[in-house]
Design a protein around this ligand. Structure first.
Ligand SMILES: Cc1cc2nc3c(=O)[nH]c(=O)nc-3n(C[C@H](O)[C@H](O)[C@H](O)COP(=O)(O)OP(=O)(O)OC[C@H]3O[C@@H](n4cnc5c(N)ncnc54)[C@H](O)[C@@H]3O)c2cc1C
Ligand code: FES
Length: 1252
C-alpha cells in the first residue's frame, strides 16, 4: 500500500498490527466543540444530517478523507464516498445536502440546504449569502503527517515485526524471500492483506489462526507494470489502487485494447464501499475464490493469468475455470502466494462486458454476476472465440462452456443466441435447496445478463461490421440503458412562524438538533462509551440452537475453567421473578427446562473482558432433546390453532349482504415480510451495584427507563426505589428498545448482583438480530366488493401476524392493525379479524408504526383511480365509531396530487412504457390517516422536573428519551419559549428514573406531545412565580430576577401533562383509542429494470400534516427517515430463516437496509399549512411513525411498473406481488421470456422458509 494519502477504513476490520507506522485520524482528532470545528463536522450538523448521531462520525470521516484527497469534489464523488456508510435515521437526504456545499459547482439546490439550516424561512436565498455563514474549508489548516512517524520510519531498522497475542502471532516480513520462507514454514498460516475476508472469519465465525503472516510490507506485492501486451498488477494492490491503475490505462490506450480493463472498472465501481475498496486487495479477491466475486468472472473471461510463487519458484497460470476448484478453493498450493495478476489488452474485434445484479444497488455482494467476452472474425459478425463466466450460481466462479459451443463459428444474431439460452438453461442449474435461495431468479439472471450482452455486442458490431449486421430495435434499447441515478435537487417547504413572533422564541423554527455538534465531533456519549470502571465485567448470553426442545443438561464446566471467567448462571439463579409480563402473559427471562426458538436466551457467562466472555459462552454445552410440532409459518399456526389470545374482530355494516350486491368481487392475499430494527447502536447496558442498601445504577440504551427499572427490581427481588435507570442518548431504537432491553437489563443486573461488580453487556450485531425480534410479518387475506363505478361497498380482511415464541406486545400490534385497516377510506361494510400466531421463531416486538405499516392491503385489490372515490369526504365515524373530520386528509391528497403533477406524469409514464420494452415506470399516490397515542389511556402521561439555578441556567428533566427523534431539542424550544430565555440557557442532561419516575415509553409518536406539555406546565408555574420580582424590577434581566428570587426560594418545579383518556372497547367494538389523527399523502414514481428487477425511485413528493411544527427541520428529518425505513420494509429488507428456524440474516452482509443509493432521486417534502391540533402542544402533531407506511407508495408504483411489463409479456389481469417487492419478486412477476424459460424446480426443501 502507498505510504502517502488518506484512506477511510472500517475500524472493525483493520488489524491494529497493520497500523504500525501509520497515522490514524479519528473524528475526535479533526475538530471539537471546545477548540475548533472542522467544516465537515459543522456542515452535517447545520444540514440536520444527524439524528441519533451514531452513524455521524462515520459520515464525517468518509467525507473528510475525500476532501483531504480532493478538496473540491464532484457530487458524484460525494455520493460514491457515502456509499459505504449506513444511516438508519435520516434518509440520507440532509447528509447529501450538507456535503454538496463542498462541490465546486454548486447549483440552485444549495438553496434547499440553506432553507433547512434555518437561516431564513424564505424558500430561496442567494448561494453566497448562505455559504458565507459556513466555515470555509482551508486545506492549509489540516493535520499534517506526524514528524515523529516520519522520523520513526527513517530510523527504524527494516526488519520483520512480530506481535504476539494471547492466541495468535502476527508476523510481518519485509521481503518477498522472507514471506515465502515463512509460508513454507507455516503453510497453514494465511497471508493477510486487507483482512476483509480473513477478518470476517476470525470475528464472526470464531476461526482461530495461531500464526498470521502479513504481506503488507512486501514491496513486490504492490508493483504495477504496464506493458504493450497488458498490465501486471501486484496482488497486494488495493481495489482502489487497481481502479486508479485501470482508469489510467483506459485513458491512455486505444479503445480496442481497453475492453477487459473497462469491464473490470465497471465491476470495481460497484464492489463494496469505499472503506472496503481502500484495503481489500486484488490478490485477496482472487485467492478468496468467493462464489460471487465480481472480479473473477471478468478476469477469467478476459484471458487473465496469475503469477504464483513459492520458495520452489514462480509459475504463471491462467485464471480460468480450472483455477477455481471449489468453494473458497483455488489451485494455489499451501506454500504458494499470489504475486500478481496479469490483465491482457483486448484484441481487435473483441468485446468484453461485465454485469452484476445485487440485492442493493451499492455495497452488496452480487446475487449473480457475469464476465462475458466474444471475439469476431475480422470485419464479420461470426464468432471466433467466446467465454462466459458467472458468479453466484455455484460454489465457485462457473464457466458456461457448453453454451459457448452453441455460439462459436456462428453469426451473432437472435437465432444463435436463442440456442445459447436453451443450452444455458440446461448447463447452469441450481438445486431447489441451493444455498442463498432465489433459485429461479438466479437462473433467469444468467439468461437475461446474456441477453443484455447480446444487445451490447450488437451495438458494437453496428460500428465495426460493414454492412451492419443488425440493428437493435428502438424499444429494445432500454435493455442496455442504465437506470437513472443522478440525485436531483429536492424541495422542502416549511411553515412560516407567525409574524411578530419574537426573534428569541425558537418554537416553529428549524433549530439544529441539540447534540448535532457532539455527534459530529464524536463527543456524544453512548452507553458503551462510558469508561470502564474498576473491576468491570462483561456479560455474554448463550442462546438456544434448537427451535423446540427440552434442555436435558447444561454443561458449564469448560466455560468456567476458561481464562477470565467469573460466573455462569441460569434461570435457577434468579432470586426474584423469573419472568416478565408485558401484556399479561409471562415470558421467561432465561429459558427454564424448554426452549421454544433458536436464539432464546438460555444462560449467561460473565468474564473480565468481552473476548473472554464470548469464548466462554461458545464453550457452554447445552444438551437438548428435540420436541415435536415445530411451527414456523402462520399457515401451520392457524392449522394447529396456535395463537396468543385474544384474537380480535371488528365489523360495521352488513358485509355479507354487501358482497351479494357488489358488481365485482376481488379476493387475494398478500404477505408482508418482517423487518429488523437495525438501530445502529445495538442493545447496550452497564449495571453498577453501588455496594450499599442493594442499590443498583443501570445505564441503558432504552426507550423505556421505567420498564428497565421495574424489570431489574423484580428480577432481583428488591424495591424499585433501589434501582435507577439512566439514559443519556440512544443510537436509534425504532421500537426495538422497549421490552427486549428490559429483559437483557435484568440478566445483566443479575450478573452485577451476584458478582458485586459492574457488568456491561453490549450485543454484537449478529446476536442482536438473532435475539431481539423484529417487526411482525403478516399474512393478509382480503376480499373486496366494489361497484362498476369504483365504489368499494364491502371489504373483509383477515390478518395473521407471526408473533414468534412469546407474546411480547403482539396482541396490541394486531389490535392496531384492525384499527387502521380502513386507512383513509370510507367503507361502509367492513370486517376485520386479526390473530397473533404463536410460532417457534424469535419473538417479534414493537417497531415504528406498530402494525400500521402491515395494513396496505386495500391498494392490492383496487386500481388507484378507484381508491380516490372511496376517500373519507366529510365528518365521519371510523369503523370503531370515532368521529373525525377528513378535511385535512383531503387537502393533503389534493396538494400531493398537484405538487407531484400526477395527472401529467401518469401520461408520461404511459408513454415511457409504450416506448420501452425492458424498462417500465409506475407511479402511485397513497393517502394516510394515522391515529396518534396509546389506546391504553394511562400510557399517555408524562411528568417533568425543571430546575433553575442561581446563574439563570435551566436544567430540564422529562420522561422522554432521546433516540434521534429530537425530543430534547423540541423540549428545549418549549422551555425557552415558556421561560422567555435563550435556548442556550437550557440544558437536558439525561433521562433518569430518579429525576422523573413512572414514565411512559418514548413511543407511539407522542413523546413531544406529552413530555413537551409537562415541561410547559412546569415552566409556566416557574415563570408565574417570578412575576412579582419582574414587576418590582421591570428593567432587570433574567439573571438578576433569578438571583433575587433564588436567594430565598428553591427554583424547582414539577409539571405534568393533561392525560388523554383514550380507550378501545373490543366487546362493543368502539372507542376513542387515539388523541387525534395525523394525515399525509405521498406520490412515488419508479423505474424498473424488467431483466433484473432492479429499480430506482425517481421521484417522491410527500405532503404531511403535522399541525404546527415545533421544529420543521427535525420534523422533515423524521418524515424522510420514516419514509426510507418504509421503502426498506416494502421493497428491500428480507429476514431469512432456515427450514429449522435459524435466522440466516444476521448482519449488514445479508440484511440490506436502504443506503444512499436508494434515496429517491428527487425527494420533496411539504409540511401542510393551516393545520391545527387542539390536542397537542402548540398545535403540533406526532411525527415519528406515520410516514413509514408511505414507503408503500414505492411498492405500489413498482406494482404498476410490473403490470406494464406483464402486459408486454401477454399476461393480463390481477396478479400477486408480496412485500417486500425485492428485485427477485419484481423480476419474476414481470414474466419475461427469460423467467418463463426456467423450469419449475423439483419439490426439495427450499433453502429458506416462506414467511410469515
Ligand atoms: C463489506 C464487504 C463487502 C464486499 N463486497 C464485495 C463485492 O461487492 N464484490 C466482491 O467481489 N467482493 C466483495 N467483498 C470481498 C472483498 O473484495 C474481498 O474480501 C477482498 O478482495 C479480499 O482481499 P483482502 O486483501 O481483504 O484479503 P484477506 O482477507 O487479507 O485474505 C483473504 C484470503 O486470501 C488469502 N490471500 C490474500 N492475499 C493473498 C496472496 N497475495 N496470496 C495468497 N493468498 C492470499 C488470505 O490468506 C486469505 O485466505 C466484500 C467484502 C466485504 C467485507
Ligand atoms: S443519525 Fe444515522 S443512524 Fe442515527
Amino acid at each position: 500500500m502507498s505510504s502517502e494519502g488518506h484512506f477511510s477504513v472500517n475500524a472493525c476490520l483493520m488489524p491494529v498490527c497493520q497500523l504500525h507506522g501509520a497515522a490514524v485520524t479519528t473524528v475526535e482528532g479533526i475538530g471539537s466543540t471546545k477548540t475548533r470545528l472542522h467544516p465537515v463536522q459543522e456542515r452535517i450538523a447545520k444540514a440536520h444530517g444527524s439524528q441519533c448521531g451514531f452513524c455521524t462520525p462515520g459520515m464525517v470521516m468518509s467525507i473528510y478523507t475525500l476532501l483531504r484527497n480532493k478538496p473540491q469534489p464532484t457530487m458524484e464523488e460525494i455520493r460514491e464516498t457515502l456509499g459505504g456508510n449506513l444511516c438508519r435515521c435520516t434518509g440520507y437526504r440532509p447528509i447529501i445536502d450538507g456535503y454538496r456545499t463542498f462541490c465546486e459547482v454548486i447549483s440552485s439546490f444549495i438553496s434547499g440546504f440553506l432553507h433547512a439550516v434555518g437561516e431564513s424561512l424564505e424558500p430561496f436565498r442567494t448561494e453566497t449569502s448562505g455559504k458565507e455563514k459556513l466555515l470555509p474549508l482551508d486545506p492549509t489548516q489540516e493535520l499534517i503527517f506526524p514528524p515523529e512517524l516520519i522520523r520513526m520510519a527513517e530510523l527504524e531498522e527494516r526488519a520483520t515485526q512480530t506481535f504476539r497475542g494471547e492466541r495468535m502471532t502476527w508476523i510481518s516480513p519485509i521481503s518477498l524471500d522472507e514471506l515465502l520462507q515463512l509460508k513454507s514454514q507455516h503453510p497453514q498460516a494465511p497471508v493477510v492483506m486487507g483482512n476483509t475476508n480473513l477478518g470476517l472469519d476470525i470475528k464472526f465465525k470464531g476461526v482461530v489462526h495461531p500464526i498470521i503472516i502479513s504481506g503488507f510490507r512486501v514491496r513486490e506485492l504492490f508493483e504495477v507494470t504496464e506493458k504493450p501486451e497488458g498490465v501486471c498488477i501486484g496482488a497486494g494492490s488495493s481495489l482502489s489502487t487497481v481502479r486508479s491503475v485501470l482508469e489510467k490505462c483506459v485513458c491512455s490506450l486505444p479503445a480496442e485494447h481497453t475492453q477487459t480493463l473497462a469491464a473490470l472498472l465497471e465491476q470495481l465501481s460497484h464492489v463494496a464501499g469505499e472503506q472496503i475498496r481502500n484495503v481489500a486487495t486484488l490478490g485477496g479477491n482472487v485467492a478468496s475464490a468467493y462464489p460471487n466475486s465480481d472480479l473473477n468472472p471478468v478476469l477469467a473471461a478476459g484471458r487473465c493469468s496469475v503469477v504464483l510463487q513459492s520458495r520452489e519458484g514462480k509459475r504463471e497460470v491462467p485464471l480460468d475455470k480450472d483455477f477455481f476448484v471449489g468453494f473458497g478453493k483455488t489451485v494455489l498450493k499451501p506454500d504458494e502466494i499470489v504475486l500478481s495478476v496479469f490483465i491482457p489488452v483486448s484484441r481487435k474485434g473483441e468485446v468484453v462486458r461485465a454485469f452484476r445484479h445485487a440485492p442493493r444497488k451499492e455495497n452488496a455482494l452480487a446475487t449473480v454476476n457475469a464476465g462475458l467476452r466474444v471475439w469476431f472474425e475480422e470485419g464479420s459478425n461470426v464468432v471466433k472465440e467466446m467465454s462466459v463466466y458467472y458468479g453466484g450460481v455455484g460454489p465457485c466462479t462457473v464457466s458456461a462452456e457448453r453454451t459457448v459451443q452453441q455460439v462459436i463459428g456462428r453469426p451473432w444474431n437472435e437465432a444463435t443466441l436463442s440456442d445459447a439460452y436453451r443450452a444455458l438453461v440446461d448447463e447452469v442449474t441450481l438445486g431447489a435447496s441451493a444455498p442463498g435461495g432465489k433459485v429461479m431468479f438466479r437462473r433467469s439472471l444468467t439468461l437475461s445478463l446474456l441477453f443484455r450482452f447480446y444487445l451490447h455486442v450488437l451495438q458494437h458490431l453496428k460500428d465495426t461490421v460493414r454492412p451492419p449486421s443488425g440493428e437493435i430495435p428502438s424499444e429494445q434499447l432500454s435493455a442496455v440503458e442504465r437506470l437513472p441515478n443522478i440525485i436531483q435537487p429536492s424541495y422542502h417547504e416549511f411553515q412560516d412562524v407567525p409574524s411578530g413572533q419574537s426573534e428569541q422564541d425558537p418554537v416553529g423554527r428549524a433549530v439544529q438538533h441539540q447534540a448535532a455538534l457532539s455527534h459530529a465531533t464524536g463527543e456524544a456519549v453512548y452507553c458503551d462509551d462510558f469508561p470502564r470502571t474498576q473491576g468491570e465485567l462483561f456479560l455474554s448470553v448463550v442462546t438456544s440452537a434448537r427451535a423446540h426442545a427440552r434442555i436435558t443438561h447444561i454443561d458449564v464446566s469448560r466455560a468456567l475453567s476458561m481464562p477470565g471467567v467469573v460466573d455462569v448462571f441460569t434461570a435457577d439463579d434468579i432470586p426474584g421473578k423469573k419472568f416478565r409480563s408485558f401484556t399479561g402473559i409471562d415470558e421467561e427471562i432465561l429459558a427454564q427446562g424448554e426452549v421454544t426458538c433458536v436464539g432464546q436466551m438460555v444462560c449467561a457467562v460473565v468474564a473480565d473482558t468481552k473476548p473472554h466472555a464470548k469464548l466462554a459462552s461458545a464453550a457452554v454445552k447445552v444438551h437438548y432433546e428435540d420436541l415435536p410440532d415445530r411451527i414456523f409459518t402462520v399457515e401451520v399456526a392457524v392449522e394447529k390453532r396456535s395463537f396468543f389470545l385474544p384474537q380480535r374482530e371488528i365489523q360495521r355494516g352488513d358485509v355479507t349482504k354487501a358482497f351479494q350486491e357488489a358488481d365485482h368481487i376481488y379476493e387475494g392475499e398478500i404477505r408482508l415480510g418482517g423487518q429488523e430494527h437495525f438501530y445502529m447502536e445495538t442493545q447496550s447496558m452497564l449495571v453498577i451495584p453501588l455496594g450499599e442498601e442493594k442499590e443498583m445504577k443501570v445505564y441503558a440504551s432504552t426507550q423505556h427507563p421505567t420498564m428497565v427499572q421495574e424489570a431489574v427490581a423484580e428480577t432481583l427481588g428488591i424495591p424499585s426505589s433501589r434501582v435507577s435507570c439512566h439514559v443519556k442518548r440512544i443510537g436509534g431504537a425504532f421500537g426495538g428498545k422497549l421490552s427486549k432491553t428490559s429483559i437483557l437489563a435484568s440478566i445483566t443486573a443479575l450478573a452485577a448482583w451476584r458478582s458485586e461488580r459492574p457488568v456491561r453487556c453490549v450485543l454484537d450485531r449478529g446476536e442482536d438480530m438473532l435475539i431481539t425480534g423484529a417487526r411482525h410479518p403478516v399474512l393478509g387475506k382480503y376480499k373486496v366488493g366494489f361497484m362498476s363505478d369504483g365504489r368499494i361497498t364491502a371489504a373483509d380482511v383477515r390478518y395473521y401476524a407471526n408473533a414468534g415464541h412469546t407474546p411480547d406486545d403482539s396482541v396490541l400490534v394486531i389490535e392496531k392493525i384492525l384499527l387502521h385497516m380502513d386507512n383513509a377510506y370510507n367503507i361502509l361494510n367492513l370486517r376485520g379479524q386479526s390473530a397473533a400466531c404463536k410460532t417457534n421463531l424469535p419473538s417479534n416486538t414493537a417497531f415504528r408504526g406498530f402494525g400500521v405499516p402491515q395494513t396496505p392491503w386495500l391498494h392490492c385489490g383496487c386500481a388507484s383511480s378507484c381508491l380516490t372515490k372511496n376517500l373519507y369526504k366529510e365528518t365521519s365515524l371510523t369503523h370503531y365509531k370515532m368521529e373525525f373530520d377528513p378535511e385535512v386528509l383531503l387537502r393533503c391528497w389534493e396538494e400531493c396530487k398537484e405538487r407531484s403533477e400526477l395527472d401529467r406524469r401518469r401520461l408520461d409514464v404511459a408513454r415511457f412504457n409504450q416506448q420501452n420494452r425492458w424498462k417500465k415506470r409506475g407511479i402511485a399516490l397513497i393517502p394516510l390517516k394515522y391515529g396518534v397515542g396509546f389506546a391504553e389511556g394511562f400510557l399517555n402521561q408524562a411528568a417533568a422536573l425543571v430546575h433553575i439555578y442561581k446563574d439563570g441556567s435551566v436544567l430540564v428533566s422529562h420522561g422522554g428519551t432521546e433516540m434521534g427523534q429530537g425530543i430534547h431539542t423540541k423540549v428545549q424550544q418549549v422551555a425557552s419559549r415558556e421561560l422567555d430565555v435563550p435556548l442556550s440557557m437550557i440544558h437536558i442532561s439525561e433521562t433518569s428514573t430518579s429525576s422523573v419516575p413512572n414514565t411512559c415509553p418514548s413511543a407511539a409518536s407522542i413523546g413531544t406531545d406529552v413530555n413537551g406539555m409537562a415541561v410547559k406546565d412546569a415552566c409556566q408555574t416557574l415563570y408565574k412565580s417570578l412575576e412579582p420580582i419582574r414587576k418590582q424590577d421591570p428593567n432587570g434581566t433574567w439573571q438578576s430576577w433569578v438571583q433575587l428570587f433564588g436567594s430565598n426560594t428553591s427554583f424547582i418545579k414539577w409539571g405534568k401533562n393533561k392525560r388523554h383518556d383514550l380507550y378501545m372497547d373490543w366487546v362493543k367494538q368502539e372507542g376513542r383509542p387515539y388523541a387525534y389523527f395525523t394525515y399525509s399523502a405521498c406520490c412515488s414514481e419508479v423505474e424498473l429494470d424488467c431483466l433484473t428487477g432492479e429499480y430506482r425511485t425517481v421521484r417522491t413528493d410527500l405532503v404531511a400534516d403535522i399541525g404546527r411544527s415545533i421544529n420543521p427541520a427535525i420534523d422533515i428529518g423524521q418524515i424522510e427517515g420514516a419514509f426510507m425505513q418504509g421503502l426498506g420494509l416494502y421493497t428491500m429488507e428480507e429476514l431469512k430463516f432456515s427450514p429449522s428456524g435459524v435466522l440466516y440474516t444476521r448482519g449488514p452482509g445479508q440484511y440490506k437496509i436502504p443506503a444512499v443509493c436508494d434515496v429517491p432521486l428527487q425527494f420533496n417534502v411539504y409540511l401542510l399549512s393551516g393545520s391545527h391540533n387542539p390536542h397537542a402542544i402548540y398545535s403540533s402533531k406526532g411525527v415519528g411513525e406515520p410516514t413509514v407506511f408511505l414507503g408503500c407508495s414505492v411498492f405500489f408504483a413498482l406494482k404498476e411498473a410490473v403490470a406494464a411489463a406483464r402486459s408486454d409479456a401477454g399476461l393480463s389481469g390481477p396478479f400477486t406481488l408480496h412485500s417486500p417487492a425485492t428485485p427477485e419478486r419484481a423480476c419474476i412477476a414481470c414474466g419475461t421470456r427469460f423467467t418463463q424459460m426456467i423450469p419449475e424446480t423439483e419439490t426439495a426443501q427450499p433453502w429458506a422458509l416462506e414467511l410469515p
